[in-house]
Design a protein around this ligand. Structure first.
Ligand SMILES: [Zn+2]
Length: 685
């Protein structure tokens, strides 16, 4: 049995694609267990090596360790997100705390850290090239940040904090998911659903049956505050119910209430930051990002907030006028925003989502849009490989060929929604590129597109088209990686840098040559009429005041929670703290609630990745807009530009300081003006 475990040896499939056709559920736990045990033994051997530390016997040896664990983790966590099951959830629950303890066992190993520190202190004499020197720098930083320098007593507390925080994160995620289900809005009379499409009404009826209701309709919630049905429901009372259900999630004092977890997580993070020598969690997290300091982030957000709020207030006036024009007398409330925004959008730009969708057929958007742009810019070609096994029948494998026809890597596209997939869209590497192991990249893009009934083409919304281009930007970052050490592969860059390449790739979706190539009517083959294209271009800044304000409010809220010092983090009243934080930051606009309110802010509480890091999207967008300006000035879709961006930026992965890479690529520091212009934030408030 153990010898058959596919994770125990490198895959013999092309590009070391995990052999999904041979992996069984029973293989994961033994592979995790052996993977962790093997790596502990490898690390113990490095630490106990009688030879003095060298770059090879310490850092390269560390990079080589944990191969089985790497293989099983990549396959498992992809599956746990995109096709989970009760058994996988059981394994996840067991494994996550073990992985946290495993990581502590390595990072708090005194013998190992002693060797890394010795090398670091002698770094000037080692004669290392740039990438190895950066590897030493990064490992040293990682050890220090993990607490390697602390006392034995402090290590005990640190391990406790890490273990408890890992558990709390899982608990928060589970409660938010359960509360989302518990907060769904039940509707008895179909008349109340006026405004929804027939498909949406059928889906609401099905959702009611799925919950065991014999009659009626259920409107399921999605994670962010704004619920899409609010744009079309004509019944104002139902809009209010739906909005209220959305914003009160997790704070209702019942078994799904997360405010106690928030208090505990915030306090423990603050305590850990203090233990590690930082003022608070935000200072700790941001120090390792390109922003470096909390002050830099605060200054940036403060620069954007007044103009965004001014734009949102101007938009609110337009909406109030639209309410009056409809013969109504009520005052605009948050649940009216999306509904009247759609009216103004239709009036002003004559853009109707339903009118666009026939031009956005999934297969064409993918091949004639996303792949086409990558072909024009980088010379890539894509060949579908149905002979290679994926983890689900819907996941499709493509071989990616470089401009000279040489093999580059694999792209797995898993586009459709299903009950076993988590919400949102994301990219992850199944095999990271590295010259150390001679591996080429294998990358997955996951989306949540509703599949059309059998025999009908799947038509996308404008937003889904954007997401397809966005996630493919992450895929390109992964595919173009040309690094030696796996630690630096592709998207392994700071959190506030990683969204930059993916956001740049969004520019091609409305680029005239690309749009003309893919946006053709799925029945008639007619191109998207130019006047609709013009209206799409003209509407780019429409409702940006709202979008920017709700995003900034969430970012500022995240920052407020994580700039709490441990002594101030006792017994905080969550709702009062949130209200005061938004007020203080100048983003307390009554009809623009934060994109996530505290009790369902899963980005920052159910995982650590975006804690004190929700600002990252707009921080990355500065680089994105600055780069798009360059692409536009230089003539857009040209191979020379693609090659410059690829070689100068994408290929570098995390193998050097990210902002130094940016400066070398762009020839100067990034400018903020292109972002202000793009979001309409230049006007004086
Ligand atoms: Zn992204």
């Amino acid at each position: 049995m153990t010898t058959d475990n596919p994770f125990f040896a490198p895959s013999d499939l092309p590009y070391q694609l995990p052999p999904f056709d041979r992996i069984e559920i029973g293989h994961y736990l033994p592979a995790f267990e052996r993977g962790m045990a093997d790596q502990r033994a490898e690390v113990a051997a490095i630490a106990a090596d009688p030879a003095p530390p060298t770059f090879e016997n310490t850092l390269v040896a560390l990079e080589r360790s944990g191969r089985i664990l790497q293989r099983v983790s990549a396959a498992f966590f992809n599956l746990a997100s995109s096709d989970t099951s009760p058994q996988l959830q059981e394994i996840e629950k067991a494994v996550v705390p073990q992985l946290s303890a495993h990581s502590d066992a390595i990072m708090l190993d005194r013998g190992l850290y002693g060797r890394v520190r010795e090398l670091y202190e002698r770094r000037a004499e080692l004669g290392l090239d740039a990438e190895p020197a950066w590897l030493l720098e990064r490992y040293h930083t990682d050890f220090v940040r993990a607490g390697a320098q602390l006392s034995d007593e402090q290590h005990v507390r640190l391990r406790e904090l890490n273990a408890e925080l890992a558990g709390l994160a899982t608990e928060f995620g589970n409660k938010v998911r359960d509360e989302m289900n518990a907060s769904a809005v039940v509707v008895d009379d179909v008349a109340e659903l006026d405004g929804l499409s027939d498909d949406a009404i059928a889906a609401a009826a099905q959702a009611a049956r799925d919950r065991g209701l014999e009659r009626g309709y259920v409107l399921n919630l999605i994670l962010p505050t704004a619920q899409p049905q609010l744009a079309s429901l004509t019944d104002r009372a139902l809009r209010e119910r739906l909005h209220t259900a959305s914003v009160t999630r997790g704070g209702r004092g019942d078994e799904h209430d997360t405010t106690g977890l928030v208090r505990r997580i915030v306090r423990l993070r603050a305590e850990r930051a203090r233990l590690l020598g930082f003022e608070h969690h935000a200072e700790y997290n941001i120090a390792d990002n390109t922003a470096r300091t909390v002050q830099a982030v605060e200054e940036m957000l403060a620069k954007l907030a007044p103009a965004a709020v001014a734009n949102a207030l101007a938009e609110a006036e337009d909406l109030q006028a639209a309410i009056a024009a409809a013969g109504e007398t009520f005052t605009l409330e948050p649940w009216d925003w999306a509904f009247y925004t759609e009216r103004v959008r239709r009036e002003r730009y004559a853009i109707d989502e339903a009118e666009l969708r026939p031009y956005f057929e999934l297969e064409r958007v993918l091949r004639d849009g996303v792949f086409y742009a990558a072909g024009r810019l980088y010379g890539l070609r894509f060949e579908e490989r149905p002979d290679l096994p994926a983890y689900h029948p819907d996941a499709r494998v493509f071989e990616v060929l470089d401009h000279d026809g040489s093999p580059l890597g694999l792209f797995v596209g898993d586009f459709f929604t299903r009950a076993s997939k988590r919400g949102g869209a994301w990219a992850n590497a199944l095999v990271p590129q590295s010259r150390l192991f001679g591996t080429a990249p294998v990358v997955v893009n996951n989306l949540n597109i509703n599949r059309a009934p059998a025999g009908e083409p799947t038509l996308l919304t404008l937003d889904e088209v954007r997401t397809l281009f966005h996630e493919f930007g992450h895929a390109l970052h992964t595919l173009f990686s040309q690094v030696h050490f796996p630690k630096f592969a592709g998207t392994r860059v700071p959190r506030d840098f990683v969204e930059y390449p993916s956001q740049v790739n969004e520019v091609w979706m409305l680029w005239p040559e690309v749009l003309a190539n893919y946006a053709t009517h799925h029945e008639t083959g007619a191109p998207l009429p130019q006047e609709i294209v013009d209206r799409l271009q003209a509407a780019k800044q429409f409702n940006e005041g709202f979008a920017t304000t709700e995003y900034l409010a969430a970012s500022l809220l995240d920052l407020a929670w994580h700039t709490l010092r441990v002594e101030d983090a006792e017994d905080v009243d969550v709702a009062a703290f949130e209200a005061a934080a938004l007020e203080r930051a100048g983003v307390a606009v009554p009809f623009v609630p934060p994109r996530y309110r505290t009790p369902y802010f899963a980005h920052i509480f159910s995982g650590a990745a975006y804690s004190a890091g929700y600002y990252s999207y707009i921080w990355s967008e500065v680089l994105d807009a600055d780069t798009v300006d360059w692409l536009t000035e230089q003539g857009g879709l040209r191979r020379e530009l693609g090659d410059t961006f690829r070689d100068g930026l994408l290929a570098r992965g995390g193998s050097a300081d990210s902002m130094a890479v940016y400066r070398a690529f762009r020839g100067r520091d990034p400018l903020i003006e292109p972002l202000l212009k793009r979001r309409g934030l230049t006007a004086n408030p």
